[in-house]
Write a protein that binds this ligand. Sequence first.
Ligand SMILES: Nc1ncnc2c1ncn2[C@@H]1O[C@H](COP(=O)(O)OP(=O)(O)O)[C@@H](O)[C@H]1O
Ligand SMILES: [Mg+2]
Length: 240
Amino acid sequence: MSTGPLLKVEGLRVAYGHIEAVKGIDFELHEGRITTLVGANGAGKSTTLLALSGLVAKAAGRVVLDGQDLTALSPHRIVASGMVQVAEGRATLTTLTVRENLELGAYTRRDGRAQRAEDLERIYTLFPRLKERADGLAGNLSGGEQQMLAIGRALMAKPRVLLLDEPSMGLAPIIVQDIFRTLREINKAGLTIFLVEQNVRQALKIADSAYVIETGRIVLSGSGHELLGNPKVQDAYLGG
Ligand SMILES: Nc1ncnc2c1ncn2[C@@H]1O[C@H](COP(=O)(O)OP(=O)(O)O)[C@@H](O)[C@H]1O
Ligand SMILES: [Mg+2]
């Protein structure tokens, strides 16, 4: 039995005024895998994610999730259809408690309170630190904890595809390892992950599939392992 990709992106273009930030890219996500899009600052990574989430307009292209065309849907409908982007680490709502932040993540769901309570417990198991701090303000969490909260909040939406924009940004290496280990764990439990990263080495290490983007174009693709061993990748992104 062969199955197609869970998410298929074809010919995606995004422009800010006259500047074309994403110049017609194609990529696929396969169910149960971690796929990464790596590249330098300004390459077009965040723009790609914003376009998937419906937060910037697509100048061209198609986004299809498991046969459903998401290209023209609103951000809210995209989340409801199962594609959920983790908010940037520090964008958690700092004047709400940790628990309130997590509950907000479930806003598009139509299932019952009991189901949501069960998912909340699962997230506390994944991130024990969040359980300890459940009634504290999110604003008092460390940077790493806020990133965990942002991931937990996205998981409360019950995604089929989780999108992350540089979860390693601004965090100490040991915390980054912790976050990436948790992403692996979430993935092992079955979740499809699309990880956008400037931390090329760490991202390629945990990714099953990978794409390299340079000035709005995908220039290389392969397994994470293949790209880690690719001389061009090593020269450009891994310090030779
Ligand atoms: N809101 C914006 N208005 C104009 N140009 C933008 C905007 N956001 C990003 N850009 C430009 O688009 C290109 C891609 O940016 P971005 O997607 O943020 O890259 P990355 O996430 O890979 O660092 C860059 O040249 C950047 O300067
Ligand atoms: Mg970015």
